[in-house]
Design a protein. Structure first.
Length: 403
């Protein structure tokens, strides 16, 4: 913010005004800390400041016991800043009697008031920000999560303010030829979001791995977020179904980010995912599985977080695939997080018994913008790979429907 300019700092506890950039030269300007405006005025005059930051305004008035005098001095200070066209950021402690500040006056005379909150829910801490008022302009009134890390302060919007992302007509392969056939022989739209849901053992991770493998085979970067298994475990397991992911890791095309869902809150996961996408700029993103994130927060929190993530990926024109674990029989079409409406394509995997052995099945519930098959196909997972078998008869579904 200062560029090549100067910074002056005043510490009322020591009654000193000094220039931090010149402190190494032993230069120190001493002024008495009588009143609030005098040290600030001297600092502004000394370095010809255009911006003023007062961190802890309570300290400036710590010696004033007369409340009427204190309020008068506060008004004079803010009026003085306004008269000199100085942009000022003032921080203050929250009041104990329901006021936003300790003195209960600053929020009324300031042009913009930002309320910061730090709360702990189920042992997960979250910082939140809310703009209480901002004179002369429209602004968001919701609470926005924010993070403080090595990259500074990151504010995470609840969701996109407008649905203005581009919709590409280009297609990308699913990695499974039979599934491409079900999607008019072309695969998913580039930049779309795909949900693969099913009970345990139906092949969700295998389909996600085939999708990532196909992207890398095209020379595209893929970012794989894993919340249950380590990268080594995933590459080992996928070798058993004929998918070699290790080669793409060595070529720098496949990037894993594996963490426990309880390592941070939803906002921490979202911020980390956005930063990695911006830094690596992948064409494809896999999140496996979203079910694990439910343990961090409630259903509403997860849906809000996934809405922001899907919006972000669509704006970046990244094709994304999410896997979701469902529980119990006859619940394949239920997504506890209620996010199926956010997805452009929804693939459901089933596990049924036919003539003794259990078999896997796959069908496409929806795929926006394209005709697609609604027939239930057998999903064959073997050491030769992941492919679709024959149509599983006995299911009364239309052969083809519009997306």
């Amino acid at each position: 913010m200062c560029g090549s300019g100067r910074i002056a700092a005043f510490d009322p506890a020591q009654d000193q005004l000094h220039d931090p950039l010149a402190a190494l030269k032993g230069r120190l300007i001493r002024v008495p800390a009588l009143g609030a405006r005098k040290p600030v005025a001297q600092a502004v005059k000394t370095i010809k400041a255009k911006r003023v930051v007062m961190d802890g305004i309570e300290t400036l008035f710590a010696g004033m016991s007369n409340e009427a005098l204190l309020r008068s001095e506060l008004r004079r200070l803010f009026r003085w800043l306004d008269d000199r066209n100085l942009t000022a950021i003032v921080t203050g402690e929250r009041g104990t009697n329901g006021t936003l500040t300790r003195h209960g006056l600053e929020e009324y005379i300031a042009d913009c008031v930002i309320l910061l909150d730090h709360r702990v829910n189920e042992q997960i801490s979250t910082r939140r920000l809310r703009i209480v008022k901002y004179r002369g302009t429209s602004h968001g009134t919701d609470e926005y999560p924010y993070l403080i890390d090595d990259d500074g302060v990151s504010v995470l919007p609840i969701t996109s303010l407008a649905l203005t992302h581009k919709a590409s007509a280009a297609r990308v392969s699913t990695g499974i030829s039979g599934l491409d056939e079900m999607l008019v022989r072309k695969g998913f739209f580039r930049g779309s979001s795909v949900l693969v849901s099913g009970t345990a053992g139906t092949g969700k991770s295998s389909i996600a791995a085939r999708f990532a493998n196909a992207a890398c085979a095209r020379g595209e970067d893929c970012l794989y977020f894993a919340f249950e298994e380590s990268p080594n475990q995933i590459t080992r397991n996928m070798r058993s179904v004929g998918i070699d992911l290790e080669q793409w890791i060595q070529k720098g095309l496949l990037h894993f980010h594996a963490v426990r869902p309880t390592s941070t809150g939803l906002e921490g996961h979202l911020a980390g995912m956005q930063k990695l996408v911006k830094r690596l700029r992948p064409s494809v993103v896999v999140v496996d599985p979203i079910t694990s994130i439910v343990s961090v927060s409630g259903i509403y929190g997860v849906k809000s977080m996934l809405t922001r993530l899907v919006d972000f990926l669509k704006v970046q024109q990244v094709t994304s695939m999410f896997t979701n674990l469902t529980f119990g029989r006859n619940r394949e079409e239920r997504t506890e997080e209620g996010i199926s409406s956010l997805m452009d394509t929804w693939i459901v995997l089933s596990d049924a018994e036919r003539n003794g052995p259990r078999i896997r099945g796959l069908y496409v519930v929806k795929s926006r913008g394209m005709a697609h098959s609604r027939e239930l196909y057998e999903l064959v997972v073997s050491d030769k790979g992941v492919e679709l078998g024959t149509v599983m008869t006995g299911i009364g579904l239309a052969a083809t429907v519009a997306g």
